[in-house]
Every structure is written in structure tokens, then in C-alpha cells.
Design a protein around this ligand. Sequence first.
Ligand SMILES: [Zn+2]
Length: 317
Amino acid sequence: MIAISTETVKQVFLLYKTEIDNIIAEKRQAVDDFLNDRSKSHNSKQKQYLTKIINDFEKIVLATPAEIEVYSNNSLKAIPKLWKNGVNKQISFKDGLLKALNYNDLRSSFYPKYFHKIGIKACVYCNSQLTVSTENDGNVSAKFQVDHYLDKASFPCFSISFFNLYPTCASCNNIKRNKAVNFFLYSEDSTSTAKSEFNFCFKPGSVAKYLASHSIEDIELVFTEPNGDFQKTFDIEGIYNTQKDIAEELILKSKVYSKAYQNSLIKSFPAIFTNASLSNRILIGTYCEENEIHKRPMSKFMQDIAEDLGMIQKSKK
Ligand SMILES: [Zn+2]
């Protein structure tokens, strides 16, 4: 629900430079082998497409979102339907290319530690489920799925392009499949990495109604977004309507922890409440900056609701 700076990701590229260079060399060779495999009888358009990929290989794998857009509108458009279907029990051109690029191999070997370093621990679509990597005896394994912004079936050439990879929960990935969703996870624009265009709030009057009745059913939430894609695809309101107890706790906290009480806590425990951000975090129970929502599931929802209740003011605006 908020973009990450491309610069942050590029720093991680530098950290893994040797490994990424090896991946590029190995996969480029595999595509070259696929091009030169005589048993495949590629037609001239397919050969041209593969040659383009081989020549620009490093650029394609490391392409920024803007560069991917240029490629996908020009020299590396969606492949024709015919290339997706195998003929005479042979695997299709699309599957042959995907096999050469072997995204699955990276999914278990490189991506877990890569996304761990970027710091994404919550699904980038719903922000309600964990997307973490765990380490056991030196083996890092992924507890998440990877969605391809441009789908693998139509754009196999971007199947291992880093800026085309969105870590998600299994549920969002299964729902999305090949559907297009209008949201860019990576951005060069600092306004979209500091401020989310998505928002949760209470339906007007709903908090007062709840405080009078103390019935959780009276809590009504509203989700707004720049276009209707997230609600339509992922049923965001449906997910968060199951989390009204969190909203309820925040309503009660907003009543109990008055500003005066908060200030007295800060005074009494100066060693614990070392800065305002930390005291807000303890107060609402999660990170309070918009650009921190990838650190923990539910953060977006809790921040927005807390802000609606006047408990915090998100500073990065
Ligand atoms: Zn999700």
C-alpha cells in the first residue's frame, strides 16, 4: 500500500553484487543455449526476441520500473498467444524460456535473503499477512510468495527482473494471478515512498456509536484508494472487517491514554521513551511512520485508525 524507494533496493543489489553478477551470467548463458537449441526450431520472431534478451540481459534483470515500462511497450511487448501453447507435446516457447531463466531456482535460493535485506515482512498488497524469511542452520527459506507485476505468462523475459517482483502472501498471489493491479511497489519518486495513497478510517459517527453501545458491530470502517483495484481484487474491506477488535482496542486506548497521561509516562520513564516515535509506537502497538508499514502486518490499518482517532500524527507527509 506504499512504494519502496528504488534506491533502497539498489543498495541491496550492491550488497549482493557478486552473487547477482553470477546469476546474470548463468541465466544469460541458459537463454543463449535455448536460442541455439536446434531441437526447438524457433521462428525468426522468436529468435529476434531471444537475441534482444541476451544482448540486454543485465539491463533487463536490473531494469528500473520506468525501464521495464519502456521495454514492455516497445521491444519486449507481451508475447503472442501462440508462443504460450506447446505444439505436438513439445513444451511451449514461453515455458522453454521460463525454464531457461529458472525463476523457481532463485525463489528458493536467492530471494529469501534478498527480500529479507530489503526489509519487507508484510504482504505488499494486503499488509495483513507475514512475508518473512526464516533461517535454520544457515538455510534461509521464504514464508511468502512472489507476484510478478508483469505476469510471467505474457512477459516471461521479466520473470527474474528484480523490480518486477512483489513479495506477497499466498492468498493475494493466488487471487491476483495474471490480473493487472494498478500499484507500483518500487518508485523513484520520494512523495510516493513517503505518503501512501491508500487509507483506512472510521465511518463518520461510528466511534461515538460504539462508545455508547460498546458493541463491536457498531464499528464501521471505510477503505479508500486511488482506484478501485485493491478492493476489487483483494477484498481489502472484507479482510479488515474481520479485524474490528484491533480498531476497538485503539478506540479504548485513545480514551485511556490521554495526552496528559502520555506526558506523565514519558517523564516517569525517560530511559524507555527516548523519542516521540517510540512512545507513539508503544501507544498504538506498531510502527508509526508510513514508510515503515512493510515492517509488520496490520501496520497500515493501525496507523490510519490511530491517526483518525487523533492518537498519532504520521510525520512523513
Ligand atoms: Zn496479501
